[in-house]
Design a protein around this ligand. Structure first.
Ligand code: ZN
Length: 305
């Protein structure tokens, strides 16, 4: 087979949505890996990293097949929607396994499962902090998939350069559903706040290349040496106990001690409504960066070290 690169706008069955996809096929037969981004509309580092890789990767150096899914929620990306599929207001990452007869986001999830999860040996999903969220680079690997799937996910995680590897129990996201379907997968997080950050883009690209080399898809002679990581098996995801103004006491990536104050919510008249304290010593993975916060919204997440 001749080495080839194809680029298409793939129609999503049963919707008017399109998916931008680049596929690289090498002369040598091998496995398939899918790199995806843009599940959330305003998380740009992964979208730009894959867009650059699609132009730079040479299919003559590829073994097997590399599929780049540039932007899963492409309509949301164009419309700058608040991290949901604009046609139905749903968060794509909560809609797996999807439904081919359901709402647009559910049809998109079903299509992603059928066309990508079912046709790949590995999945790497690139994210950033949300539109009003700052974070420190980290990743999630499967905690609940079958042991052999979990072991390969963990090996994939070890190939990256993010400092924190978080074991996740989620099951209904793109990468986590892949794990439930027997496909080893990880979710990488860099950057946030809806910004286009060169450092985050470079970091995602660097890890994409390390995974492609380390898993044998890219034969360009560059060795992959292992990086240092800390594994987090217990993480705390705190929602805002009150609506008001959020005053964080820490920054993403800061180390915290058990009992230490992470921030407080005050009303617009300056009255303190609540204080959030750490239940364990560890590191701030991400936190809300906006002043305004609504009760029940994601506020801060930290991992126990
Ligand atoms: Zn995301």
């Amino acid at each position: 087979m001749k080495a080839a690169k194809s680029q298409t706008m793939l129609p999503v069955a049963g919707t008017d949505m399109l998916l931008p996809v680049t596929e690289l096929t090498g002369e040598k037969k091998g496995e398939t890996i899918t790199l995806s981004a843009g599940v959330h509309s305003r998380e740009y580092a992964g979208v730009q990293a894959l867009t650059e890789l699609a132009q730079e990767l040479d299919p003559r150096q590829v073994r097997g097949t590399i599929r780049l899914l540039h932007c899963c929620n492409y309509e949301g990306f164009l419309r700058r929607s608040a991290d949901v599929v604009p046609q139905d207001g749903k968060n794509l990452n909560r809609e797996f396994p999807g439904d081919p007869g359901g709402t647009p986001a559910q049809r998109l999830a079903a299509f992603l499962e059928q066309e990508f999860i079912e046709r790949t040996d590995y999945l790497v999903d690139f994210h950033s902090g949300g539109f009003c969220e700052s974070l420190t680079p980290h990743l999630y690997f499967h905690g609940t998939a079958a042991p052999e799937v979990r072991a390969v996910s963990r090996r994939m995680a070890e190939l990256t350069t993010v400092p924190y590897l978080v074991e996740s129990s989620a099951e209904n996201g793109f990468y986590s559903w892949a794990g439930q379907r027997g496909v080893p997968a990880i979710l990488l997080e860099r950057g946030g706040c809806g910004l286009v950050e060169p450092g985050a883009i470079e970091g995602h690209k660097r890890d994409a290349l390390r995974l492609l080399r380390g898993l044998g898809f890219l034969e360009d002679g560059e060795p992959v040496s292992s990086a240092a990581h800390q594994v987090i098996t217990t993480a705390f995801y705190v929602d805002a106990p009150e609506s008001g103004c959020w005053y964080p006491a820490k920054a993403a990536g800061d180390f915290i001690r058990e009992g230490e104050m992470l921030g407080e919510i005050r009303n617009l008249f300056g009255k303190v409504l609540c204080r959030v304290t750490a239940k364990a010593s560890g590191v701030i993975l991400y936190q809300t960066a906006s002043l305004g916060i609504e009760k029940g919204a994601s506020l801060v997440a930290y991992g126990k070290l």
